[in-house]
Design a binder for this molecule. Structure first.
Ligand SMILES: Cc1cc2nc3c(=O)[nH]c(=O)nc-3n(C[C@H](O)[C@H](O)[C@H](O)COP(=O)(O)O)c2cc1C
Length: 215
């Protein structure tokens, strides 16, 4: 039954035009504008993005993470350095990311090279997390098999006790990655499936080339 519903789902997209002549020359500024629009439109979790990585044997994988900062040095998210994604990024330091802002019929895709953020930067961000999230970072050996839920809860209580009455330090295996974009694509849904797509690619001279793509 759900298969039939999916096949019949149809809607037209109706965003404002996006024209290659009217966009910011700097894609970071264009991204900032669209992120502001997403906040204004109260898109839930506008900073949630799909993050694609590639394993050393070439297998792709994708998962959602939360963007925690962006500027001309790149796009930063935080994770466990022993996780599957972190292993991928260490072996092959490239990534793709995609934001979906449904309420605005918009998508942004970014691809680039990846580096770890400095431990100072990871410390600074970790310090802003609620205590329970800090404890959870210690308790979860992310992406590794765990016996059952009780085991996870036991680990959480153990670290909760260990750090009781003191500040929770950042585990060494927890920190940020920074994606340094080589390309950005801004997608604006438009009527009749004639969507607007604007692609920015970084040239060797450091300038951004801007082109329109067919939808
Ligand atoms: C809305 C949402 C936000 C998430 N944010 C993060 C995040 O910022 N960092 C993170 O490591 N995992 C985050 N996750 C969990 C990841 O999607 C994923 O399950 C986890 O990182 C393990 O992925 P991996 O095994 O590919 O390394 C989030 C999941 C959702 C649904």
């Amino acid at each position: 039954m759900i298969q039939g519903h999916i096949q019949r789902l149809r809607r037209d997209y109706s965003g404002e035009p996006l024209d290659e002549s009217g966009v910011e020359r700097d894609p970071l500024l264009q991204f900032e504008k669209w992120m502001e629009d997403a906040f204004r439109a109260e898109v839930p979790d506008p900073h949630a993005m799909a993050l694609a990585t590639v394993s050393s044997d070439g297998s792709p994988s994708v998962r959602i993470v939360l963007l925690r900062g962006f500027d001309h040095s790149g796009f930063v998210f935080f994770t466990n350095y022993h996780s599957r994604k972190a292993k991928d990024l260490t072996n092959r330091p490239v990534a793709g990311m995609s934001f979906l802002w449904h309420e605005l019929d918009r998508q942004v895709r970014i691809e680039g090279v990846v580096e770890k953020v400095s431990s100072t930067e990871s410390d600074a961000y970790f310090a802003t997390r609620p205590r329970d999230s800090k404890i959870a970072a210690w308790a979860s050996n992310q992406s590794n098999e765990i016996r059952d839920r009780a085991e996870l809860d036991r680990l959480f209580s153990e670290f909760d006790k260990r750090f009781s009455g003191s500040d929770v330090p950042r585990p060494e295996n927890w920190g940020g990655f920074r994606i340094k974009p080589k390309s950005y694509e801004f997608w604006q849904g438009r009527p009749s499936r004639l969507h607007d797509r604007v692609l920015y690619t970084l040239g060797k001279d450091g300038n951004w080339d801007i082109r329109r793509l067919a939808p």
